[in-house]
Design a protein around this ligand. Structure first.
Ligand code: FAD
Length: 287
């Protein structure tokens, strides 16, 4: 089933994101435990990140998406980055996805790997979307940044670049994480004014430990509302308290987003079913 068609059903779409487990953590086999737990949440779809930074196309995302589809009967969304790949790598992944009957791709640029020789086949995500659309019939999703992509000088320019991705064929967007819903509402308003009319899911990351907040904020530059920083300083040294406060904060964000008519909620699960289940149990009747 095509992900973009989920949004015409008049309810808030609820999706989850996982990543392929590292080999040092038991490898792909450990994903069953994660998915056993997450499938209880009955998400509309599950996306799986793509981590290949080298020149060999990595099939773990394809394998995990196939497990999501075949064993759990849930729609998979396969992330795919392009900046560190040449066209033949992308062709290999696309035909592997096709062979497994996977219909949905989250098309991304990815981050350049400073340790690798730059590849010049793709520079931006819109080129990947163009490339896929030329010869394949995948349903394409893409990503957006409520507080602007860190490499872009203005939100206006970033939204214009986003519009290119939609014009090239992205039919659904997932946002970068944010902790201040007002940033998301302002962004959606600007995107709509710019003529971007595809569904925009809000990316929510429950912060459940102190190191996660430091890492996430330095990576994506999300602004921190005073309520959130107070919470961190009050509970930051108590692991159970910070976990419960982080879950409560995410639930609060989600309730507000659903109340305000968001198209969908995309939960960054960090492969943690316990957290996803607690959040889901709190908002299930709101979907
Ligand atoms: P683009 O849309 O290409 O944008 C990148 C930058 O280029 C932006 O600043 C944009 O404004 C600018 N730009 C775009 N077009 C032009 C143009 N024509 N001229 C000038 N500037 C332009 N990374 C992974 O490696 N694997 C994953 O699985 C993954 N999943 C993600 C999931 C989500 C929901 C999000 C939000 C991010 C994810 N990322 C992932 C991270 C992402 O790859 C990085 O944020 C990357 O830096 C940008 O990717 P993009 O697809 O947004 O790029």
């Amino acid at each position: 089933m095509q992900i973009s068609s989920l949004f015409s059903k008049g309810k808030t779409v609820f999706s989850l994101e996982i990543f392929p487990p590292k080999r040092s953590n038991g490898g792909i086999n450990t994903i069953y435990k994660t998915l056993d737990g997450l499938s209880e949440v009955k998400p509309d779809f599950i996306s799986c990140t793509y981590g290949a930074g080298g020149n060999i196309a990595d099939l773990s995302t394809v394998e995990i998406c196939s497990i999501i589809k075949e064993k759990y009967d849930i729609i998979p969304l396969a992330h795919l980055t392009c900046v560190n790949s040449v066209k033949s790598d992308i062709d290999y992944i696309l035909s592997s996805l096709k062979d497994k009957g996977i219909e949905n791709i989250l098309a991304l640029r990815g981050d350049k790997n400073p340790d690798l020789e730059p590849k010049n086949d793709f520079h931006y995500a819109y080129e990947l979307i163009q490339y896929i659309k030329k010869d394949w019939d995948f349903n394409i999703s893409s990503v957006c940044y409520p507080e602007c992509h860190p490499e872009c000088d203005s939100l206006y320019d970033d939204i214009m670049h986003l519009k290119t991705k939609v014009n090239e064929g992205a039919e659904h967007l997932i946002s970068q994480l944010f902790f201040d819903n007002r940033c998301f509402y302002d962004f959606v308003e600007k995107a709509r004014l710019a003529g971007i009319n595809v569904p925009i899911e809000a990316g929510i990351m429950p912060i459940v430990n102190k190191s996660q907040i430091e890492r996430m904020v330095s990576l994506c530059g999300a602004s921190i509302p005073p309520k959130f920083s107070k919470m961190m300083s009050r509970f930051g040294n108590n692991p159970e308290a910070i976990r419960d406060a982080g879950i409560a904060y995410a639930i609060d964000q989600i309730v507000d987003l659903i109340t305000n008519g968001v198209d969908g909620i995309h939960l960054y699960t960090m492969n943690n079913p316990y957290v996803a289940k607690r959040i889901f149990n709190a908002i299930n009747n709101l979907r």
